[in-house]
Design a protein around this ligand. Structure first.
Ligand SMILES: NC(=O)c1ccc[n+]([C@@H]2O[C@H](COP(=O)([O-])OP(=O)(O)OC[C@H]3O[C@@H](n4cnc5c(N)ncnc54)[C@H](OP(=O)(O)O)[C@@H]3O)[C@@H](O)[C@H]2O)c1
Length: 295
């Protein structure tokens, strides 16, 4: 196989919404794209656009030097890859695992790959399917430098920004869980806010412009607080923990008066009260990061 065709071919295992978006972007970039999915038929539209449908994982793996895996979690990845016929087909080739899971699972997958002579990169996708193939996509990668740079041109066919976070294979998954932590706790807050607002006769669309205003406050706060966290300081005269805990209590009382579970806010308030109890009442809310990090 010539260098040109090696770099022009890619296999995608897993054709859920994200796998289909990845394969579609590879096709749009003109790459020979071989696809496989556990449940047959999910490749119909991709095949109509020029993808090659493999009858088995091993056939898919043998079709390209680079295999991208994107399924629900690493249990599914293991079910797909950890079979002799597949490991034999992947030997000497590269797997880029864009499935989300924990840093430990990424380390375990890399150890398995090394044992079987398979080169391995781990990655995380930080944006939803419509961004794939556009400048808005965000990909994080970790693993051997040389391997990342070798496959970077093919990975960049997926559009957006690609950041190689270093050789420690768990790094991309570690960033992923930290960022998902922000996203899903924020979404839990939003879902709760919509329920409480609704109980007070406010429609979600009426709340939306003000909710956006609250969201817009956060990026500069995250950036500003990063320096404080590094320095171990967290004074906040404008919004001390004593005042924060009191405003959280208003949310809890309003919510519970409507019979709405306030568990998420109760957890946040509990952290604020713990920090106050330890003498940090004049500090800002970010002081709880240090409390949580204490073993
Ligand atoms: N969707 C997004 O916007 C988004 C954004 C960022 C990251 N991600 C990540 O991308 C990955 C894929 O997500 P997704 O959106 O495509 O949907 P998903 O529901 O997380 O994954 C669906 C895929 O997993 C496969 N699968 C599930 N269990 C399996 C098993 N035991 N053996 C073999 N294959 C199995 C499914 O195959 P079948 O079709 O046979 O069920 C399908 O190909 C996930 O890790 C997700 O967290 C998704």
């Amino acid at each position: 196989m010539s260098v040109h065709t090696e770099q022009s071919a890619v296999t995608v295992l897993g054709l859920g919404p994200m796998g289909r978006a990845l394969a579609g972007a590879f096709l749009d970039a003109g790459l020979r794209t071989t696809v496989w999915n556990r449940t047959p038929g999910r490749d119909r539209e991709l095949v109509a656009r020029g993808a090659v449908s493999a009858r088995s994982v091993e056939e898919a793996a043998a079709a390209s030097r680079l295999t991208v895996v994107c399924v629900v979690n690493y249990d599914a990845v293991d079910t797909i890859l950890r079979r002799e016929a597949v490991t034999d087909a992947l030997k000497g080739r590269t797997v880029v695992n864009l499935t989300a899971d924990t840093p430990d699972r990424a380390r375990d997958a890399a150890a398995w790959a090394a044992e079987h002579g398979i080169r391995y990169l781990d990655g995380a996708i930080m944006t939803p399917t419509p961004t794939i193939g556009t400048p808005a996509a965000v990909f994080l990668h970790s693993g051997p430098n040389d391997l990342y740079h070798k496959h970077q041109p093919v990975l960049e066919a997926l559009g957006g920004t690609h950041t190689h976070l270093g050789e420690e294979i768990g790094r991309a998954a570690a960033y992923d869980v930290a960022l998902l932590d922000i996203f899903w706790t924020a979404m839990a807050g939003y879902a709760h806010a919509v329920a409480v607002a609704h109980a007070e006769g406010i429609a979600a669309r009426e709340l939306a412009p003000f909710a956006k205003g609250i969201g817009d406050l956060l990026p500069p706060i995250f950036e500003g607080l990063a320096a404080e966290v590094e320095a171990g300081t967290s004074s906040d005269e404008g919004s001390p923990l004593t005042s924060v805990a009191s405003s959280m209590a208003h949310v809890i009382h309003t919510s519970e008066a409507h019979g709405i579970d306030a568990g998420v806010m109760r957890a946040a308030e509990g952290l604020a009260r713990r920090a106050i109890g330890q003498g940090h009442g004049t500090d800002g809310f970010i002081r709880v990061a240090e409390l949580l990090g204490r073993r």
